[in-house]
Design a binder for this molecule. Sequence first.
Ligand SMILES: [Zn+2]
Length: 252
Amino acid sequence: MASAAVRIPDPRHTRIPFDFTALGPQIFIHEGARQALERRLELAFGGPVQLAVTDNLRRMVSHTRVRGTRRVRVHMMFLGAPERVRQALVEYVVRGDRRASVVVGEFINANSHRIRASRPVLGPLRTRGNAHDLAEVLAAVNAQYFGGAMGDVLVTWGRHTRPRAKARSTIKLGSYSATERLIRIHPALDREWVPRYFLSYVVFHELLHHVIPAVPGSLHPPALLQREREFRFYERAIVWEQKNIGRLLRSQ
Ligand SMILES: [Zn+2]
């Protein structure tokens, strides 16, 4: 079933609505990123453009012309695409450039894991905890590190698997399910004493799993580990985890 596209305001100014309909989770589009791409298309086209960002399963790029206005629909993966790809997208849409279409096609192939989750998320998602609001954390990390292109990822407080009596020496703080396109954050992190930057780090790490698929034999390929260091408080987060893992284990 098609998800409804919702435009979100600047997360710095407004609380983000995070409602779910019976039709399934909605996608959240970074309005600033959408407008920037729309403006770019208008400049290249030399006329008005309406850009819609979609979560389509099949059509990644489409465009029609309606009374002088170019209506363009692109999959949300393009909002976070490298500059080279966004430029090719503009050339492809506006001029039908063939070389540009190859670049766009390759980008789609490389990002096919981002096309809508095959398994719908079961059960309600809980983003607002007692101490931290995961929707806020995700929106902030998405805006700061991914140009708002991660609006198709969902988040909830929840355990990856049920904790067993014996398995108390480790704790999985976050997990990412590609089939559900869902990040689960362990409820042990929903404490006042857990700093926001640490929670952001865990969410950032799980988002990297969404962007960089696992390779055979490694859930954390070098590209993922390298990218992880871009997180502003990376060192601080690692140190905090080492210092507090015991406390986290006791509070789970
Ligand atoms: Zn991981």
